[in-house]
Design a protein around this ligand. Structure first.
Ligand SMILES: C[S@@+](CC[C@H](N)C(=O)[O-])C[C@H]1O[C@@H](n2cnc3c(N)ncnc32)[C@H](O)[C@@H]1O
Length: 193
């Protein structure tokens, strides 16, 4: 299964943000755009993939949100901000809570998540402009693509990831986070992965 992990050092870790001011919620707008490019199709959803958010903003980092669209999940492109708010509000310390069908929240660090995904047999890729051309990369069916927000991933995290992940590039330009998700989805669709 393909999976994406969106990392943000600043995205809010509580639901008490204003959905009309998403840029003030640690650039929650970028998280939402990336999720939409990951999960939505013109006339449906990608139900055979998972999208993860790792948020390190205030007031209670880190938070891990995992979403896999299920038939009984009510979801609209216009309302992803409120979906994330609802999930954050339902966080309960000490456990992974399924807030809505396929939507989970827990306290988990970025590297704990990546290690778990690796242990489950996934190959990890880091989306990085300086990586190898994605068109030439060998990509298995069980693959995880990590991307950063407007600030990218902190240098320390990138350094540690280099031992765990293959760096892949979608081109020589610096794209929006959401644009890279669309390109990866398209590449995997072409390959039938
Ligand atoms: C807007 S970019 C981050 C810009 C940030 N100033 C930096 O230097 O990393 C958001 C994310 O998109 C991904 N990205 C952007 N352009 C890319 C490219 N050409 N190839 C692969 N990933 C890219 C990276 O994961 C990056 O963290």
């Amino acid at each position: 299964m393909r999976q994406f992990v969106y990392f943000s050092q600043s995205a809010r870790t509580s639901g008490n943000f204003n959905s009309d001011k998403l840029m003030d919620a640690g650039r929650m707008d970028i998280a939402i755009h990336s999720f939409i490019q990951g999960v939505f199709l013109s006339h449906g959803f990608r139900k055979d993939m998972k999208f993860h958010f790792i948020f390190y903003g205030m007031p209670d980092p880190p938070k891990h949100i995992e979403i896999q669209v299920k038939d009984d999940l009510e979801i609209s492109k216009k309302d992803v901000g409120n979906l994330i708010k609802k999930i954050l509000y339902k966080y309960k310390p000490g456990k992974k809570t399924e807030v809505l069908p396929g939507c989970f929240i827990e306290k988990k660090s970025f590297f704990k998540l990546i290690e778990e995904l690796q242990e489950e047999g996934n190959e990890i890729f880091l989306l990085d402009k300086k990586g190898e051309d994605i068109r030439k990369a060998k990509i298995p069916k069980d693959c995880v693509f990590i991307l950063g927000d407007h600030e990218g991933l902190p240098k320390k995290e990138v350094k540690r990831l280099k031992d765990m992940a293959t760096l892949v590039s979608v081109g020589d330009k610096m794209y929006f986070a959401s644009q890279t998700v669309a390109v990866v989805n398209n590449e995997l669709d072409y390959r039938g992965i």
